[in-house]
Unconditional design. Sequence first.
Length: 128
Amino acid sequence: MLSLDELATKLIAWEARGDSRVNLTGHTDRYGDDMYNMNLSMLRAQTVCQYLIGKGVTSSTLTASGAGKTQPLPHVICDSNAPKSVQIKCLQPNRRVEADVTVYAFANDGSHHEIRQGETYQNFNNGQ
């Protein structure tokens, strides 16, 4: 997991090499009603978006959305019978913002090529 500063540094470097798109999705825990959590998750994503812009990431590459409490992490299992303070601590990983990053490399012919993590690429400009 990257810190926001590390993410900003990587995004700026990727922007210099091609085109990138970043979708920031905010999430909440299960406490609160649906409307409250949707608004809170959107605010979380927008806050991260503004932070990244402040660090020099181009605003047009960023989008923010909220998922509320609809996508809890599957490994976060908390006892519903535990005291609320224990549940709140247990549910902390669900209060998050996820960044989905897509990077496209530019080729001399003007085309874009999506870059996927973990894959090896040849020089697009040499037709390889």
